[in-house]
Design a binder for this molecule. Structure first.
Ligand code: NAD
Ligand code: TDX
Length: 330
């Protein structure tokens, strides 16, 4: 099976490539990745079953050559960070919308199976005391330029399925954690701060809730959907991992041997979504998927250990990421 993975040099994509090599002996992987600030060839495993092509998903010629030879396209590539989208939305429009459009036109031409990776943020946010969770029927209501462009990309996929018969599925997942995540994101930012003797930074009061899932659980669900999902359907991926940000920072500090209050409150993110929560019952009941990582504290301890052991991987990103935050006052 020839698998084309867009964005495979980023956090979730590179973990997807690893999982695929481990669990799919018949798979050969081509990664198409622009190697932006968020992507790194060093995140990919060395294997003669993996080929990295440096290129842009909005480049129709490059895309078409690779789609022509693929059995399935798994589309992770995106501009993925909310804070960056609030600072400069243009790359989000270009990659998330134009890039997804370019891929859709190519899979349409070649009749190739397509799986689109998206986010729970397309649904906006929930109140802290709302008993509801997001379901596939929740109306789209994105808050940031990032989530608006992801919402738009989902709608493009739906239109290409309905109007052109493209064989696509969509998944919307909650917040991922695990190894190889860029240090701009919440958990790795705080771990690498502590490793560098800097206090973690909590936005606002830190009451915002995220629904954490281990990256390998996200990726095992993606394979379940590719194998057994129904064309045209949307599946929500989550593992019932709701925690507020203050609790997560305290867990990181405790896990690293620091006092639980050794962090700073910084200014809040504009338009900051309060709570995300996923109801994954469609994926569980219709496709029989179950998460394997059910203990967040244990998964977090492994993630801390990974960043401790892999400073050469993250050190180069850290200064640039913190310089961006300094400009934003966060
Ligand atoms: P990431 O920023 O770590 O990786 C994105 C990758 O895409 C990078 O390797 C980057 O170089 C590449 N890329 C960016 N623009 C490109 C372009 N124009 N052409 C080719 N490659 C390009 O992101 P991530 O956290 O791994 O997220 C992957 C996908 O999963 C995204 O679609 C994101 O919206 C979605 N998602 C992420 C989360 C999360 O918690 N991180 C949760 C749900 C969904
Ligand atoms: O230093 C920080 N302090 C802080 O309190 C950072 C970087 C973040 N936060 C807060 C903001 C959020 O409430 O932590 C929470 C998580 O922040 P991010 O890691 O930036 O993630 P989020 O904005 O929730 O979006 C993530 O999950 C959904 C991914 O970045 C998206 O790509 C995915 O779609």
């Amino acid at each position: 099976m020839k698998v084309l993975v867009t964005g495979g040099a980023g956090f979730i994509g590179s973990n997807f490539v690893r999982l695929t090599l481990d669990e799919r002996p018949d798979a050969e992987v081509t990664v198409l990745d622009a190697l932006t600030y968020a992507g790194s060839a060093a995140s990919l495993p060395a294997s003669d079953r993996v080929r990295l092509v440096e290129g842009n998903i909005a480049d129709a010629e490059v895309v078409d050559d690779l789609v022509r030879e693929a059995d399935v396209v798994v589309h992770f590539a995106a501009e993925s960070h909310n804070d960056n989208s609030l600072d400069n939305p243009w790359p989000f429009v270009q990659t998330n919308l134009v890039g997804t459009f370019t891929l859709l036109e190519s899979v349409r031409r070649h009749g190739t199976r397509f799986h689109h990776i998206s986010t729970d943020e397309v649904y906006g946010d929930l109140e802290l005391d709302d008993p509801a969770k997001f379901t596939p029927d929740t109306p789209y209501n994105p808050s940031s330029p990032y989530s608006a462009t992801k919402a738009g990309s989902d709608l493009l996929v739906r239109a290409w399925v309905r109007s052109f018969g493209v064989e696509a599925t969509i998944s919307n997942c909650s917040n991922n954690y695990g190894p190889l995540q860029h240090v701009e994101k919440f958990i790795p930012r705080q771990i690498t701060n502590v490793l560098g003797g800097v206090r973690p930074k909590l936005y606002g009061a830190g009451l915002n809730v995220r629904d954490w899932i281990h990256v390998d659980d996200h990726n095992s669900a993606v394979w379940t959907i590719i194998d057994t999902g129904k064309i045209g359907e949307t599946y929500l991926i989550g593992a019932d991992g709701e925690l507020d940000n203050k609790t997560v920072i305290e867990m990181i500090l405790a896990g690293m041997g620091e006092p639980a209050d050794a962090y700073d409150h910084v200014s809040d993110r504009p338009g900051h979504d309060m709570r995300y929560a996923i109801d994954a019952s469609k994926l569980r009941t219709e496709l029989g998927w179950e998460p394997r990582f059910r203990d967040f504290a244990a998964g977090l301890a492994d993630t801390i250990a990974w960043y401790r052991a892999n400073e050469p991987w993250w050190r180069a990103q850290k200064a640039a990421a913190e310089a961006k935050y300094a400009k934003l006052g966060r």
